[in-house]
Design a protein around this ligand. Structure first.
Ligand SMILES: NC(=O)c1ccc[n+]([C@@H]2O[C@H](COP(=O)([O-])OP(=O)(O)OC[C@H]3O[C@@H](n4cnc5c(N)ncnc54)[C@H](O)[C@@H]3O)[C@@H](O)[C@H]2O)c1
Length: 438
């Protein structure tokens, strides 16, 4: 981004919005082309496009390009951008070509998880700021690589854990850190979602003509095409995602790590679970999973039930911080504090349900744009993305290897556990190679 673009952003409403003051979603006054910020999108079907729209609503932001390996999706999204902005963006089937476009300042990575690492490293090398969707990557080694790349190339990287930008999540973190709950001995996280049972099992077929399936697979192992394992439902296959654990897990675990000021790995991780309810569906990731993290002085638990839409505290997903004086329960719809009673009195005042906000995603986009302007870290750094993804991957690896995991931070691997260490890093399929830099 040139100097004048940066100075435009400085004068615009972004600085105010990033500071937490309410912002307007309405159209702003016209901005000179030299002052615009060009944001491009890689992976256009669902979340990435939603992120792009949040960016395009901000003053001075234009769509610098769209990239997808599905021509049909690309055309549909191009038409939508044209309808929203009046301009048809440049279209790409290969993200490396998009990265060669020097006019593009920032890219959003909205592809399935197995692509995030390669794309982020290449985008950083090409000089772009990056908004990468969560989980940061589909393996621990890729997460570590991405942290290194972002810092080596000194790029602004925002991870799509948008709850970090949510006001009620920030209020919850403040409350937990105030000490009012008393000693917190257990944090319970649960996620019960219907979609966790996966798609119907269907036979392998040829991919549709509009989808470049080989490029969709990219560095993942070669395999036949199954319609219910790609768009929107890839996350239940290990080659592409980590099931509910790395989907909702990173969002919710991120809040726990933040509120509890966790640094580093848990003392140990154990898990139980499997595909107990839906053996006939197109899933490899467990539909049922319980994980216990020993945090040294308190315990962290994760419970998931794919196919179920109900859960404890009347919520199908959430976090409960359980302290000596009371329990704070939170999810996206809001939060409350349920006090502990002793001798007929509450130990702390009850806090009735507080509503959550809708605009976390847009606030997160605004925060990213402000970080580009100031060339500083955004609210969800690549390290924060790494930590949340790390904890989520630990849960999956403990279940997959049926073992108690202990992490050796010096070596960056599990203590005496060959099977678990084998799951740290994927083997990239040629011609894709593990990136090297520095
Ligand atoms: N932050 C959130 O709340 C949130 C919500 C949903 C999804 N996500 C994350 O967003 C990402 C995308 O999820 P989704 O639900 O949008 O997936 P999706 O399957 O609906 O869309 C992914 C898109 O990426 C495209 N793609 C795949 N390989 C590509 C390549 N090599 N080059 C260009 N495009 C490619 C696909 O064709 C598809 O259009 C995931 O990492 C997911 O975890 C985040």
């Amino acid at each position: 981004m040139n100097h004048s673009r940066r100075s435009f952003l400085k004068q615009s409403g972004l600085a105010v919005a990033a500071a937490g003051v309410p912002y307007s979603l309405t159209a702003q006054s016209p901005v000179a082309p030299s002052d615009q910020v060009q944001v491009a999108l890689i992976g256009c079907r669902n979340q990435g496009f939603s992120n792009l729209k949040d960016h395009l609503r901000q003053p001075g932001v234009v769509c610098g390009g769209l990239c997808d390996v599905d021509q049909q999706i690309l055309e549909e999204r191009a038409a939508e951008v044209e309808r929203l902005t009046g301009t048809r963006p440049p279209l790409y089937g290969d993200y490396r070509k998009l990265l060669e476009n020097k006019d593009i300042d920032a890219v959003i990575i909205g592809t399935p998880d197995h692509w995030h690492a390669l794309m982020l490293v290449d985008a950083c090398a090409a000089g772009k700021a990056v908004y990468v969707e969560k989980p940061l990557a589909n393996s621990i080694a890729e997460c570590d690589l991405m942290v290194k790349a972002a810092r080596y190339y000194k790029r602004v990287v925002q991870v799509g854990q948008q709850q970090r930008s949510g006001l009620h999540w920030q209020a919850v973190v403040d409350y937990v850190q105030s000490g009012l709950l008393g000693g917190i001995r257990r944090v319970q996280v649960w996620a019960n979602f219907n979609y966790g049972k996966g798609g119907e099992r269907v036979p392998a077929t040829s991919p549709p003509a509009h989808l470049d399936f080989d490029r969709w697979l990219g560095p993942a192992p070669a395999q036949p095409y199954h319609a219910t394992r790609v768009h929107g439902s890839w996350r239940h296959q290990w080659d592409f995602g980590g099931g509910l654990m790395t989907d909702w897990g990173v969002h919710l675990l991120d809040i726990v790590l933040w509120a509890m000021q966790v640094e580093g790995a848990p003392r140990s991780v154990r898990a139980s679970g499997g595909i107990y309810a839906y053996p006939d569906r197109a899933i490899e990731t467990p539909d049922t999973l319980d994980v216990q993290y020993d945090m040294g002085g308190w315990t962290l638990s994760w419970e998931q039930l794919g196919g179920v839409q109900r859960g404890i505290y009347g919520r199908n997903y959430g976090i409960a911080f359980i302290g000596a004086n009371g329990t704070l329960v939170v999810n996206r719809s809001g939060w409350e504090v349920i006090p502990q009673a002793e001798d007929g009195r509450y130990l702390i005042p009850a806090l009735p349900p507080q509503r959550g906000q809708e605009s976390n995603h847009e606030r997160h986009a605004i925060n990213f744009l402000a970080a580009i302007r100031d060339q500083k870290d955004p609210i969800c750094t690549v390290e924060m993305g790494r930590e949340a993804a790390f904890y989520a991957h630990l849960g999956n690896i403990a279940q997959r290897t049926d073992s108690v995991l202990r992490w050796d931070a010096t070596k960056g691997q599990f203590l005496q556990n060959k099977a678990a260490n084998a799951l740290l890093k994927p083997d990239y399929r040629a011609p894709w190679r593990w990136p090297s830099f520095g």
